[in-house]
Write a protein of this length. Structure first.
Ligand SMILES: [Zn+2]
Length: 373
């Protein structure tokens, strides 16, 4: 799997090694999973742990396949993390469709190459091709790894998010249809497949299949929300999504004064200025807290946050939005080159912007011919 979303700030994973500059991390749950197997399986545990470690080496190689293909297209990979359910390579930006096809295919291709060499080795040793069993009596290690790599490749080629096949499908569609409609078509196909798998699993009483189908369905909607927002913000600037009608309070005003703005206006957080300079930001929560402590007559300067973030009107909207989501959640103050206040970008103003841009893009896509039969 490869993703360009940037959700990697986890304290739960740590680096085990670095391959051509790419940090390879292991998530703590993966180690807990191995420990659990050691305790749960008794005498066969060591063999199983060995198999899982070998399998995850193949998963890591799969992710490196994505990473090196991405590098070929000039996109770096910030990290590869191994989870109990698989690996995740975080690539730094969304590739163009033609590149995305190859980057997504490179992972499963690695497993097919590994399977090919294991089959060669097995045939040289025993004179016959390995079968498809992963476990059971008489199944050798090579045979099990061969089957596991084929399963890895095929599973990842299922054309639904979050599998690689979903990305290939989206990229193929977006060669013909503009984003974000391409993503919504790919998500629609993936979700239909998930529904099909879900009922298939129920009929067969295959609960793993039912679970996978449910996860695929949920992951597809998340992918849709994230990539739709990303593509609508692509190439846009902070000034496109900033609020310009902002109530700015003076540092000498009291908490009671600002509370009035809370009641009579719709703004939650207020920039605080001294002269022409913005000194800080006082938030809804800080105002409420001060009032609860009966400190309404205090000056706002004593209760505001001074470590707020600021940006220029031309700064990249995607980066700003990410900063708001993952950072302190404070609004980002937009200041021009001369240090003058221009507006502020908040979580709400970004989602408002994305919603309106989405509405406009749907209007546009109605006028372009669709790929769907
Ligand atoms: Zn992959």
């Amino acid at each position: 799997m490869a993703t360009n979303s940037k959700e990697e700030r986890s304290l739960w994973s740590f680096q085990i090694l670095r391959v051509s500059g790419i940090p390879i991390k292991v998530h703590l749950t993966f180690l807990l999973f191995l420990v659990w197997i050691l305790f749960a399986l008794g005498e066969n545990a060591l063999k199983t742990v060995g198999f899982i470690l070998a399998l995850f080496l193949c998963v890591a190689l799969h992710e490196l396949g994505h990473a090196l293909a991405a590098r070929h297209y000039g996109i770096e990979t910030s990290s590869i993390t191994l989870y109990p359910i698989g690996g995740l390579a975080i690539i730094e930006k969304r590739p163009k469709p033609a590149a995305e096809i190859w980057i997504a295919l490179a992972g499963p291709l690695v497993n097919i190459v590994i399977a090919f060499f294991l089959a060669l080795g097995q045939t040289a040793k025993t004179g016959k091709l390995p079968g498809l069993e992963i476990q059971g009596a008489g199944v050798s290690f090579i045979q099990a790894m061969f089957a596991a790599n084929l399963v890895l490749a095929l599973f990842n080629l299922i054309p639904a998010f979050p599998m690689d096949g979903g990305r290939v499908l989206r990229a193929l569609v977006s060669l013909r249809v503009e984003e974000p409609r391409a993503t919504s078509i790919a998500v629609g196909i993936g979700q239909s497949l998930a529904v099909f798998l879900f009922f298939g699993g129920m009929l067969e009483q295959n609960w793993i299949l039912v679970l996978v189908a449910a996860l695929v369905f949920i992951a597809a909607s998340q992918e849709l929300a994230v990539t739709t927002a990303q593509s609508l913000m692509e190439g846009k600037a902070a000034s496109d999504a900033m609020i310009t009608e902002v109530v700015i309070v003076g540092s000498g005003e009291t908490i009671e004064d600002v509370a009035k703005h809370l009641i009579h206006g719709s703004q939650h957080d207020f920039p605080v200025k001294l002269g022409d300079d913005i000194l800080g930001v006082i938030t809804h929560a800080q105002i409420v807290q001060a009032l609860a402590l009966d400190l309404g007559s205090d000056y706002v300067a004593g209760h505001m946050s001074r470590d707020f973030a600021s940006c220029k009107p031309t700064d990249d909207l995607e980066l700003i939005s990410e900063q708001i989501q993952t950072g302190s959640q404070l609004p980002i103050i937009v200041i021009d080159a001369d240090g003058r206040f221009q507006g502020m970008v908040t979580k709400e103003s970004v989602s408002e912007y994305v919603m309106l841009a989405h509405a406009r893009s749907r209007q546009r896509s109605k006028k372009t011919p669709s790929l769907m039969p």
